[in-house]
Design a protein around this ligand. Structure first.
Ligand code: ADP
Ligand code: MG
Length: 701
């Protein structure tokens, strides 16, 4: 019955007419009582506090001021009219501004009578002003209840200018709570509530909207955040279990000749403990009856390639094909060359498929894939084309998975009648909390150890003005036989400009490092693949000492003799990109350097990024800073942020609650997988409701 009440259209709430209902729907997505109760305040303001006009500051936010209107005038500007009132207290004057509803305001506002005004304060042309203030006669205001924790609800320009102020929302909320009469059904179990001393749901909702004290507000927020995160975890964990139980994979029962021969006779180095552990984890997955869906994360240079290769050998040992997909042509070529060397030793057939593969070669690949004579396929997006059909694809590996969309990945998945095992690899470490929330349904392996003998890369920040010194340093390094990268930003929107920057840079580097003493390679997105390969190849072979490039070299390129990475306009790169680029050096035994060049104009965020880079080499630490700076949505790309559409919890700030929620969700599922215990009924009901809605807050009832 209660759930029905909550489903009542918002139009039926006292105080909401058709106009308001329309606005609430359009502007805030509030269609039902339930939606309204789930409109959580952005923050709380102390409404027992009043400001004087001479206390206002330029960056003030919402303020409450007592004063009188002395004057009202209409100001016409081009086609727009606005109503401007002069508002004074005993310390100064300011303006109140309305862009709409002039008539009503003009007729109803009283001059020279004390009002309490409330709203956002702007500073413009030497005057403070408050657009569309919330206003109340002081005499009335004194009778109403005020709180030191007045909730401030999300709003829009349109809402406030149409008279749906924060106060109106507050009144509607009061009406709603009177209607509901504490009838919100509990959604957590008693044992859970008790063990975490959580506030009951009714009380929590009430206190979030009408805080009785700071302490109660904190507990109310905790309870609702916990609930939100708990049910997301329940969903993810169930999904993980379901996946394991339902989606059958090819059991790769044996580890056979290919794997063993490679391991015993051809390992180019001894594996790190982390690599061994991860290979074991993958082996276990592949050997089980469920389809593998694993994320392999490991910092740049941690040695993911050999792990990928040995996993593919297991597929081959069981008579299956395998493929490796990389985001760029350069990277896939490099993977191919790497693997080719190993494959030759083992007599494994391997081919490369990219956008620039010739038609005849393509035909050969298609045929051999379908008749099964081709065992391994390496390539770019080209692998996803419909024409590419495998005879029996057993394992698909995706490198640098963050560069591919979800849709692309699932396409690879569906290449078979049976889904192949999937391993996605990333060098962009995912902060733990984020991993828990986004990939909570994936299994994660981490290579958290670099191969022995690696030295930390020394990273410095230099201003453009010091370029000559930097050049001198580069010459020193080159004279020691080292090679150098100089990277320019590439931003899609201004490709032409970036190209010009690159070419200007190239010209100045050519002047500074003249032939024949110095040889320079250049690689950028506008070049033909063959030219890129040629230039890249010269650098790999050591025929050129300097590689001038755009970020196309960001991922994966491996030239151990390169010891310096210069990043131009480093302020324009994101943290994870900087870290990736830096990872191109430090691959050999020599001390390596990363030089971040910038102008003097730096935003606060850019400064933080540069400082982080000079301070640490640890990808996980960097990813945490990145998460703080950019927020989870940006970090993961929009397509994955669905789970992160949180109403009240914040993945960054509430990571502690998230951890607790996850461990409790695990416990609940472990103790009572079917949620059949009577005490788990509230969880079960909620969970089932949840399945019906996209947003997890739509279930409450
Ligand atoms: P990434 O994880 O960035 O893909 P790679 O697989 O390209 O790293 O490995 C980086 C470099 O480290 C390569 O030159 C590789 O041969 C080397 N390498 C990988 N594992 C080891 C190891 N256990 N011992 C020594 N060198 C290793
Ligand atoms: Mg790699």
């Amino acid at each position: 019955m209660n759930s029905q009440l909550l489903q009542t259209p918002i139009d039926y709430l006292k105080g909401v007419g058709p106009n308001r209902a329309d606005l609430l729907k359009k502007e805030l997505g509030i269609h039902t009582f339930q939606d309204l109760i789930n409109l959580f305040p952005n923050r709380y303001l102390d409404r027992t506090r009043y400001y004087k006009i001479d206390q206002l500051q330029r960056n003030s936010s919402e303020m409450q001021i007592v004063g009188k209107i002395t004057h009202i005038k209409t100001v016409a500007q081009k086609r727009n009219k606005r109503l401007v009132a002069t508002f004074m207290d005993d310390t100064g004057k300011m303006e109140l501004v309305w862009f709409r509803g002039h008539k009503w305001i003009k007729e109803n506002l009283k001059l020279n009578v004390p009002y309490v005004i409330f709203g956002k304060v702007n500073w413009f042309n030497g005057v403070y002003s408050m657009p569309h203030p919330e206003m109340e006669l002081l005499s009335q205001h004194e009778k109403s209840l005020r709180s030191a924790m007045q909730p401030i609800y999300p709003s829009t320009e349109k809402l406030s200018s149409s008279g749906i102020t924060n106060k109106v929302i507050n009144t509607l909320m009061q009406t709603l709570f009177r209607e509901l009469k504490n009838g919100i059904t509990e959604s957590l179990s008693q044992p859970l509530l008790q063990s975490l001393k959580l506030m009951p749901k009714n009380k929590a909702f009430f206190n979030v909207h009408f805080p009785q004290s700071q302490e109660k507000l904190t507990r109310a927020q905790y309870r609702l955040k916990f609930e939100e995160l708990f049910f997301i975890q329940m969903q993810l964990l169930q999904k993980k279990q379901l996946h394991k139980a339902k989606i059958k994979g090819y059991p790769f029962e044996k580890v056979g000749n290919y794997f063993n021969t490679f391991f015993k006779e051809h390992l180019p180095f001894s594996l790190t403990d982390a690599q061994k552990r991860v290979i074991k984890e993958i082996r276990n997955d592949l050997g089980s009856k469920a389809q593998m869906n694993r994320l392999l994360q490991g910092d740049v240079g941690s040695g993911k390639t050999i792990v990928a290769f040995m996993s593919m050998l297991i597929a081959l040992d069981n008579g299956f094909q395998a493929c490796l997909m990389a985001p760029t042509e350069i990277l896939s070529v490099q993977h191919y060359n790497n693997l080719l060397e190993w494959c030759n030793k083992l007599n494994i057939s391997i081919l490369l498929l990219t956008g620039s593969t010739t038609t005849s070669k393509r035909k050969e690949i298609h045929e051999k894939l379908e008749n099964g004579t081709l065992q391994l396929l390496v390539g770019t997006h080209a692998l996803l084309e419909d024409k590419v059909k495998f005879k029996n694809l057993g394992l698909a590996i995706i490198d640098e998975q963050h560069r591919f969309g979800v849709a692309q990945r699932s396409k690879l998945w569906h290449k078979n009648t049976h889904p192949p095992h999937v391993l996605v690899m990333t060098a962009t470490p995912i902060p733990r909390t984020l991993a828990m929330s986004i990939y909570g349904d994936l299994y994660i392996s981490s290579i958290d150890e670099l191969p022995p003998g690696r030295k930390d890369i020394k990273t410095v920040h230099r201003f453009d003005a010091n370029r000559l010194k930097v050049f001198r340093f580069l010459k020193d390094e080159i004279s020691k036989g080292r090679q150098v990268y100089i990277v320019y930003p590439l931003i899609q929107e201004s490709e032409a400009m970036d190209y010009k920057d690159l070419m200007d840079g190239y010209a100045s580097i050519e002047r500074e490092f003249p032939k024949p003493h110095y040889q320079i390679s250049i690689v950028h997105g506008k070049m033909k693949a063959a030219d890129k390969d040629y230039e890249m190849d010269r650098f790999v072979k050591g025929e050129t000492q300097i590689m001038v490039a755009t970020t196309v070299i960001e991922v994966g390129v491996n030239v151990p003799n390169a010891s310096v990475m210069v990043i131009e306009s480093a302020e324009r790169f994101g943290l994870s990109q900087l870290h990736q680029l830096r990872g191109r050096v430090g691959r050999g035994a020599e001390q390596s350097y990363c030089i971040l060049m910038t102008s003097h104009k730096l935003s606060a965020d850019a400064k933080t990024r540069l400082e982080t880079m000079t301070k640490t080499n640890d990808g996980f630490e960097i990813s945490e800073v990145d998460l703080r700076l950019r927020g989870p949505g940006d970090l993961m790309g929009t397509q994955q942020s669905g789970v992160l559409n949180l109403r009240i919890a914040d993945i960054v700030k509430d990571s502690e609650i998230l951890k607790i929620a996850r461990s409790y969700a695990m416990q609940v599922i472990k103790d009572d997988p079917q949620l059949s215990q009577p005490y788990n009924a509230p969880i079960k009901n909620t969970y089932h409701q949840l399945g019906k809605y996209k947003n997890i807050w739509n279930y409450i009832s």
